[in-house]
Design a protein around this ligand. Structure first.
Ligand SMILES: [Zn+2]
Length: 569
């Protein structure tokens, strides 16, 4: 089967993410007006009680959002924030100047961290794709290497991510308070989950058939239809149930549009001004008309930002050809798992698995002594042996990057290669170290000798990814491609099955730096900054959002702090 094109992959994304997979589900969604009540609703909060409204802006770049705020073309967001007083302080808001994503800076791991207050090695969700060696199951809630989008559908229909999360969500910690979540992958424990109904889709198909998924016309883009339809569902739920204590409004269109925009970050600016701002405005207007806005904390946060890249095969480190990282692992002496969500039993004799995150890749290795012959199924409950299994792959990538042998295309594409001695699943995985061509070196030691200010807070964030009870899910080897903005665009690379005009996933400043803004219309930006000072101040990480939101609600009798925030703080 030919590899799906970028456009058809995006079509599948829309169809499968938003169109429920079975007729039964479509009926259910139609009958319930595009929402799923997940638990009994408490009575609507009184108008004078505190409300929290979160705009979860997928892929929003902080500088671009600020450009939109200052341009005069994003009037709703600009009016909410008020006058810019400098250093992140606005008249009614505080925008933390150096907020950071966890690693990888890619969608699913980052939203998981934001809405649990935990980190991947503890929450069990390490990326857009991962391999669970205990079950030999490959997960791709956002497909990056694999062409199939079935897991993407399950995010909506079957709470795929919620079932993998090992810690409580923000919503589960808000005992007795109502929480509504629109579209977001992390919705376990929310009172109501709203999705886009099938009725909204003829427009999307129309645009697709006309070839408009080019990132050129933001107003008519499929992304805009998706975001706007989602807002309509949010407002419908307000009509039916009242405005909840907590509302999460997920806006996936920013990310999808930016990936496909030939003018890259300038495209995102157009999208924020002409689509996102209006979506935000419709929700704010509803709060205002019900007299709630002055009692509402409004947050803007992204999962990651974007690095401009070249959308061509030279810069895409792919999956299935003679020139891909898969081939490097194969040449190192491994049977490599094909990039596919599901494999027939006859193909289960693989000894290595690759999972892609855009500007990062995970490699999982078996102890090959358990499966030496073709057809042998490896015992994946055993970790790989450092000398016999991990080192050959490390050396192969190091050599390929230096010399272009045995895969010429890999020459000069890699920045850092990480690994660690394997531990069996069930025990805490060890911290990742840097491979320097000969040895594994602790990250802080490596950085002392090779300072890398462009890779922000690298050791701590790699530990969050890999070092902990679920750290084995991030693999035995992690590859960072050359990706940062201090390199010309011709020297930036990404691991993916498709090419895009922008990517993310790395530890670079550009895609790790996120907007994290707290606003309240009748309070000052300095008050917002004071609140944020307990949650990371001017450089919070994503894991601060959950405890911050918990703190914004006044204590209730018998209300307990969530286990998630206790564990991760
Ligand atoms: Zn994202």
């Amino acid at each position: 089967m030919p590899r799906p094109t970028s456009v058809s992959r995006l079509l599948m994304f829309f169809v499968l993410m938003l169109l429920p997979a079975s007729c039964a589900l479509i009926r259910q969604t139609l009958q319930t007006g595009g929402e799923r009540q997940q638990k009994p609703l408490p009575p609507p909060p009184p108008p004078t009680s505190v409300h929290v409204l979160i705009f979860a802006m997928d892929g929003g770049v902080p500088d671009v959002l600020m450009d939109a705020v200052h341009s005069g073309h994003a009037p709703y967001i600009a009016a909410l924030l008020g006058k810019d007083e400098g250093n992140g302080v606005f008249e009614h808001a505080y925008a933390a100047p150096h907020a950071l994503s966890v690693l990888p800076s890619s969608t699913i791991a980052d939203w998981a961290s934001i809405f649990t207050g935990s980190v991947p090695a503890y929450d069990g969700v390490p990326g857009d794709e991962w391999f669970d060696r205990v079950t030999m199951k490959f997960y791709a809630p956002v497909p990056v290497s694999v062409p199939e989008t079935a897991d993407n559908a399950k995010v909506v229909t079957d709470d795929l991510v919620g079932k993998q999360l090992k810690v409580p969500t923000l919503y589960e910690g808000l005992h007795g308070r109502s929480s509504f979540v629109s579209l977001l992958s992390i919705h376990r424990g929310a009172s109501i989950y709203t999705t886009v109904s099938p009725g909204a889709f003829p427009d999307l198909f129309e645009h697709l058939i006309r070839g408009k998924l080019k990132g050129a016309d933001e107003e008519k883009s499929l992304s805009a239809s998706l975001d706007r339809d989602a807002i309509t569902k949010v407002l419908d739920a307000f009509k039916e149930h009242g405005i909840p204590d907590l509302q999460v409004v997920y806006l996936p269109g920013i990310d999808i549009f930016t990936h496909a925009a030939p003018d890259r970050l300038a495209g995102q600016l157009r999208y924020l001004e002409h689509v996102t701002d209006g979506c935000v405005g419709r929700v704010l207007d509803e709060y205002r008309s019900q007299g709630l806005l002055d009692h509402t904390y409004v947050l803007f946060i992204s999962d990651h930002a974007h690095v401009p890249t070249l959308a061509d095969k030279r810069h895409q480190l792919g999956t299935d050809d003679e020139h891909s990282p898969f081939q490097v692992v194969h040449k190192a002496g491994f049977r490599v798992r094909r990039a596919s969500l599901l494999l027939p039993d006859t193909d289960n004799d693989y000894q290595a698995v690759l999972a892609y995150q855009g500007s990062m890749a995970f490699i999982y290795l078996a102890d090959r002594s358990t499966c030496p012959e073709d057809g042998d199924k490896c015992d994946w409950n055993k970790p790989p042996r450092l000398e016999e299994d991990v080192l050959p792959v490390l050396k192969a990538f190091y050599r390929a990057n230096r010399t272009g042998r045995p895969v010429a295309k890999l020459k000069g594409t890699l920045d850092l290669i990480f690994a660690r001695p394997g531990m069996p699943p069930g025990q805490n995985a060890l911290p990742f170290m840097v491979f320097d061509g000969k040895d594994l070196v602790p990250i802080h030691q490596y950085l002392r000798e090779h300072p890398r200010p462009d890779l922000v807070d690298l050791e701590r964030r790699m530990n969050w990814l890999g070092s902990g009870p679920w750290g084995y899910r991030a693999g035995d080897i992690v590859l960072l491609p050359r990706a940062c903005m201090n390199l010309p665009i011709e020297q930036r690379f990404y691991f993916a099955g498709i090419t895009h005009y922008t990517w993310h996933g790395s530890a670079c400043e550009q895609d790790s730096h996120i907007p994290f803004i707290l606003a309240k219309p009748n309070e000052s930006g300095k008050e917002m900054r004071d609140i944020m000072s307990d949650f990371g101040g001017d450089s919070p990480s994503e894991r601060e959002l959950t405890p911050l939101v918990e703190s914004l609600f006044p204590p209730q009798p018998h209300r307990e702090q969530t286990a998630a925030s206790k564990e991760s703080r």
